[in-house]
Design a protein around this ligand. Structure first.
Ligand SMILES: [Zn+2]
Length: 207
């Protein structure tokens, strides 16, 4: 809401409650400025509804904080029900543009211009339907033939030995020394240890 919206809202309020709007002209200017600052994020239509709800529940003159509190509760509720339904139609490499587009999407939900997107509820419905479908034996047999479990690669062979650099146990991935993050590859000394062990005992290393 800007000052023009506030003047319009105060005009409507004065029709139902003559205690709210100041009568002195200087006080009116200060009042409009205060309301506009307090309700800057609140759309005029929402403020009008909030005033109606206030007088449905309260005998006291409406104050900006009454409207702002209803707005905060509504915005929070909308965002809790909102899941990002799609990536913005902006080049993801254009970081600033992407963030702006995301923010615009969320602002549209908060202000009520767009309804919240209940993606989680839709996905839950899809999941039930998939679970109910019976497993197709032909598909399972084909999958087993194409991807035999034993032939699935189990990571680099040097995982069979302990890593002397980061101390990862056999079968565990290497971790970076600085931050302890799991590595996609292994430390060179572990590869060397494995090569030595495999050369010494080829039968055991392949087991
Ligand atoms: Zn390591």
């Amino acid at each position: 809401m800007d000052t023009r919206d506030v003047i319009r809202l105060l005009g409507e309020i004065s029709l139902v409650d003559d205690r709210v709007v100041k009568t002195d002209e200087l006080e009116q200017v200060a009042q409009v400025r205060l309301w506009a600052a307090a309700l800057r994020d609140v759309p005029l239509a929402f403020a009008g509804e909030a005033v109606g709800q206030h007088y449905a529940e309260s005998a006291y003159p409406v104050m900006p904080k009454d409207i702002a509190a209803r707005w905060r509760a509504t915005a929070r509720d909308r965002m809790q029900r909102h899941a990002e339904r799609r990536a913005p139609a902006v080049d993801p490499d254009d970081v600033d543009g992407y963030v702006l587009a995301l923010r615009a999407d969320r602002a549209a939900v908060v202000t009520g211009a767009e309804p919240p997107a209940p993606v989680r509820a839709l996905v839950a419905g899809v999941g039930r339907a998939v679970e109910a479908a019976p497993a197709n034996p032909g598909y399972l047999a084909t999958k087993a033939a194409m991807f035999p479990k034993r032939e699935r690669p189990a990571g680099p062979p040097e995982l069979a030995v302990r890593c002397p650099t980061c101390g990862a146990d056999a079968g565990r991935p290497c971790r970076t020394l600085a931050r302890g993050r799991t590595m996609g590859n292994t430390h060179p000394d572990r590869q060397r240890d494995y090569a030595v062990a495999a050369a010494d005992a080829p039968a055991q290393a392949s087991a």
